[in-house]
Design a protein around this ligand. Structure first.
Ligand SMILES: *Cc1c(COP(=O)(O)O)cnc(C)c1O
Length: 375
């Protein structure tokens, strides 16, 4: 018997409502029925992204939305400021480089967030920067950035602020319009509670203006073309109909719960998870821990890779290990999207079970978390 449990920071578990909706017979994409679904989804995305700007849906994983967020706004030879400090921050700089955009990098230590002062300095030193690329939650380190502060700084310049909210949209506060975030790039398989395959990009007026002069090549990921279709409740190419029908379900769940309750739920789960790991004598890796996942340092004497593999192979429970320089050094527990209090207790219990089989002495994680959840 194998009961599959997914507690990695993407892909995450998909609620049964969405699974069932996606199992329906295929609807043709050029029909009034599907147009009505696209209209409904466009409105739901506006709520999820907290924006009045259009949110473009792309058939492609989140990196498609990230790539579109470079190629649609910049030209080869332009300068962009990329805040790195983790695997996904690095991806911004890699995409810029691939398009011949010069990336000026801000490099906080992995596990720490860049400070607003760091950004202010970089913008002063590079007044020609056309865009700032940041990450709301750097999923590789579990670090939350102060996007509100970044927004205040970037809004005073001609540059646009582009934020990777791939794992955080639907789990972490992001007031796109109020905070002056011009572009939010995201995807379907994290807190949006769907399988992988959709990318999203919200685009402000300031960012749309840049698309007119942007000289980077683009075809499939042309946001202006997608927007033109979107205004007619259509898509430029065949729409990923099943995923969009699933999206209608998860967006309805977000509406029903309400943004405030949804954000409070994630904060509470994160607080409980941190209390649990700390009660076990473990250390939270991130200095600015995020509400959607918890990165934990692997304790001395434990083989971090073997620990994650044992959970997966013997208990069919998936958490994530560390990436790149953090391989074997941290493990990451997701509590985003379709995640509740019992999930946090379950994963902490499983962590304790395997760690104690590997000789680790700390215990009491799930009960410490239960105390937080009960309080
Ligand atoms: C998962 C993730 C990505 C990449 O998502 P893909 O769908 O694999 O392209 C990018 N940024 C962050 C912060 C992520 O968590």
């Amino acid at each position: 018997m194998r009961k599959i449990r997914l507690y990695a920071p993407g892909p995450t578990e998909v609620p049964p409502q969405a699974l069932l909706a996606m199992a329906q017979p295929i609807l043709h994409h050029r029909t009034p029925q599907f147009q009505a679904i696209l209209a409904e989804v466009a409105e739901g995305l506006g709520y999820l992204f907290q924006t009045k700007s259009p949110v473009i849906t792309l058939a492609g994983v989140s990196t498609a939305a990230m790539e579109a967020s470079v190629s649609n706004f910049l030209s080869p030879g332009d300068t962009a400021i990329c805040i790195r400090g983790g695997k996904f921050g690095e991806r911004w700089a890699e995409i810029c480089t691939a398009y011949g955009v010069k990336s000026v990098n801000i490099d906080p230590e992995w596990g720490s967030a860049a400070s607003p002062e760091d950004l202010e300095k970089a913008l002063k030193a590079n007044p020609d920067a056309k865009a700032v690329y940041a990450t709301l939650v750097e999923t590789s380190t579990g670090v939350l950035s102060d996007i509100e502060a970044f927004g205040r700084i970037v809004a005073k310049t001609d540059a646009i602020l582009v934020v990777d909210a791939v794992s955080s949209i639907g789990a972490v506060e992001l007031l796109t319009d109020t905070w002056n975030v011009d572009v939010v790039a995201a995807g379907s398989q994290k807190a949006v509670m769907l399988p992988p395959g959709l990318g999203f990009a919200s685009v402000s007026d300031k960012a749309w203006a840049l698309t007119k002069s942007a000289g980077c090549p683009r075809y499939y990921l042309d946001l202006a073309k997608a927007h033109k279709s979107m205004e007619k409740n259509s898509t430029p190419f065949t729409a990923p109909v099943s995923l969009i029908i699933g999206l209608r379900e998860t967006l309805a769940m977000v509406r029903e719960e309400g943004m405030e309750a949804l954000l409070a739920r994630h904060r509470k789960l994160a607080e409980a998870c941190r209390a649990g790991v700390e009660a076990m004598g473990l250390t939270v890796f991130s200095k600015a821990p995020a509400p959607n996942l918890t990165a934990v340092s692997v304790p001395d004497g434990i083989d971090g890779d073997k620990f994650v593999k044992t959970l997966r192979d013997e208990y069919s429970l998936t958490i994530a290990g560390g990436q790149a320089q953090l391989k074997g050094k941290i493990f990451r527990i997701s509590h985003m999207g379709y995640a509740d209090q019992i999930d946090v207790l379950t994963v902490l219990g499983a962590v304790e079970l395997v760690l104690s089989k590997m000789g680790y002495k700390g215990s009491g994680g799930a009960s410490a978390a239960a105390k937080v959840l009960a309080g």
